[in-house]
Ligand binder design. Structure first.
Ligand code: 5GP
Length: 186
């Protein structure tokens, strides 16, 4: 095991710094400005996916100098039984106050990995007939993608390894970290 003063232990795993707080802030600011320009006359509705996107969404929207609305969805790509289907709806699409029809939607996600979650969500959103749907994701693992989806706004494309920080967790720990940490397999 390599000694490193920046190496973090969370539960049974070790993580090392991958993207610094400065890199995150700079890139998210660029992305927010790009989105604000692209949507300057569209009053977009940002749908932020909990829990992981809360840090990214908070930083992103504060760099967007344009009229927009922000709402939150808790969305799961799998449903075990009927009772969990009902629980999903508490913070799901049906729980939104905003009408989705004819709106320009931006789904704000922490990470697109296999794309399972996003693929299912996009299909469901589409049934509400929005004017447009785009994805803004903090991280994207192109090598892990299994569905035909292409996020338009990506802060960073990363290799297919497990990461935490900046809202992303391991066993619900590590969300508070200001930068991204990558699992250290050594
Ligand atoms: P997907 O459906 O694209 O395979 O995965 C989506 C969800 O899996 C993400 O929203 C995130 O919660 C979780 N996930 C995927 N990859 C990672 C990762 O590297 N780190 C963490 N912390 N969560 C991940």
């Amino acid at each position: 095991m390599k000694p490193s003063k920046n190496r973090l232990q969370i539960q049974d795993k070790y993580f090392v710094p991958y993207l610094s707080e400065q890199e995150m802030q700079q890139r998210v600011q660029e992305l927010g400005k790009q989105i604000a320009t692209d949507y300057s006359d569209k009053k977009p509705l940002l749908l932020c996916i909990l829990n992981g996107s809360f840090v990214f969404a908070a930083d992103l929207v504060r760099t967007m100098d344009t009229v927009c609305q922000v709402s939150f969805l808790k969305y799961s790509s799998y449903v075990k039984d009927k009772s969990s289907e009902e629980a999903k709806d508490l913070l799901g699409i049906k729980g939104l106050n905003e009408e989705l029809k004819d709106r320009h939607l931006i789904v704000v996600e922490d990470i697109v990995d296999t794309g399972t979650t996003m693929n299912k969500l996009l299909k469901e959103l589409d049934t509400h007939h929005p004017a447009s749907i785009e994805i803004a994701t903090c991280l994207f693992k192109p090598d892990a993608l299994k569905f035909d989806i292409s996020p338009k706004y990506v802060a960073f494309s990363i290799p297919n390894h497990f990461v935490i920080g900046y809202g992303l967790d391991y066993d619900n720990y590590g969300r508070h970290l200001s930068g991204i940490y990558i699992v250290d397999e050594d």
